[in-house]
Design a protein around this ligand. Structure first.
Ligand SMILES: [Zn+2]
Ligand SMILES: [Zn+2]
Length: 277
């Protein structure tokens, strides 16, 4: 398994929950009943479906309850799902109360799971450290900053603008499109998106990507982001106005043609009358 962050941790918690469920129910295949059990994610329901080989009132009843609770908490829907550390604590607790004579397999599985979770936790911490340590050079001021720097801006090709430069860059960009029709047209043709600074041919290689709204929202002070969105609205309004205008022009031409046609007919009629005279 590969762990890339919090999301994979939550997914791993889910698969560990499934494993516990399989151990409790001594079941490997996913028939309808088992799928229902996962779907319901109910600890009491899970505890009622133990491995028939485990004595119902044996010394491991407490453990069974604990494991059922862990399984239920781990297969909950995403938002309600238990997190790694609490699950790890519960796993340790459950492992310490197990009677080794009766279910050694269960104990070793719980230990394996605890080790897996520790490893997962470490891997995540390491990934977070690595991400924080990863630096990039700002395309504008050439400072080396962490890619995690608050307020920095990065295009999908990972060209970074540091937090000192990003508000000014966007402010300047918006001012320039406000001041030049050509730039506004370009901006409209890009759907109101702000291109990566390496869009400029002065940079080699050039970059043709845009900053996503999400990254801009994260990087920019509120008032600048609002300015950016307003510029996008302008682009939309501009386009709508354009379409209206075009339709209006077409309507005018159509009426003109109709009028000319009618006038021609009238002229014909007049001529006919004159000829008759
Ligand atoms: Zn910079
Ligand atoms: Zn770029």
């Amino acid at each position: 398994m590969e762990f890339t962050g919090a999301t994979s941790a939550i997914r791993s918690v889910y698969s560990i929950g499934i494993t516990i469920l399989q151990i409790i129910a001594a079941q490997l295949d996913f028939d309808d009943d088992f799928s229902d059990l996962i779907e319901e994610a109910d600890a009491e329901e899970i505890a009622r479906r133990p491995d028939p080989r485990v004595p119902a009132n044996g010394p491991d009843l407490e453990t069974l309850k604990k494991l059922s609770a862990m399984a239920a908490a781990s297969v909950q829907r995403f938002s309600k799902r238990i997190q790694v550390m609490p699950l790890l604590r519960q796993a340790r607790e459950a492992a310490s109360t197990l009677s080794t004579s009766e279910v050694p397999a269960l104990k070793s599985e719980v230990e394996r799971m605890a080790a897996e979770l520790r490893r997962l936790r470490l891997a995540e911490e390491k990934a977070a450290e690595l991400a924080a340590a990863l630096t990039k050079r700002c395309e504008l001021c050439f400072d080396e900053v962490s890619v995690e720097q608050v307020g920095s801006l990065m295009c999908p090709n990972e060209h970074l603008i540091c937090s000192d430069c990003s508000p000014d860059m966007v402010r300047n960009f918006l001012e320039r499109i406000g001041a030049s029709d050509t730039m506004l047209d370009d901006h409209s043709s890009r759907g109101g998106l702000i291109p990566c600074v390496r869009h400029n041919p002065a940079f080699q290689p050039q970059c043709s990507r845009h900053y996503t709204d999400q990254s801009l929202a994260r990087a920019l002070p509120d008032e600048i982001f609002v300015g950016y969105r307003a510029a996008q609205d302008d682009v939309t309004e501009n386009r709508i106005w354009h379409q209206h205008n075009q339709r209006f022009q077409e309507e005018v031409s159509r009426m003109q043609r109709q009028l000319e046609g009618e006038q021609a007919t009238k002229r014909e009629e007049v001529r006919a009358v004159v000829v008759d005279l």
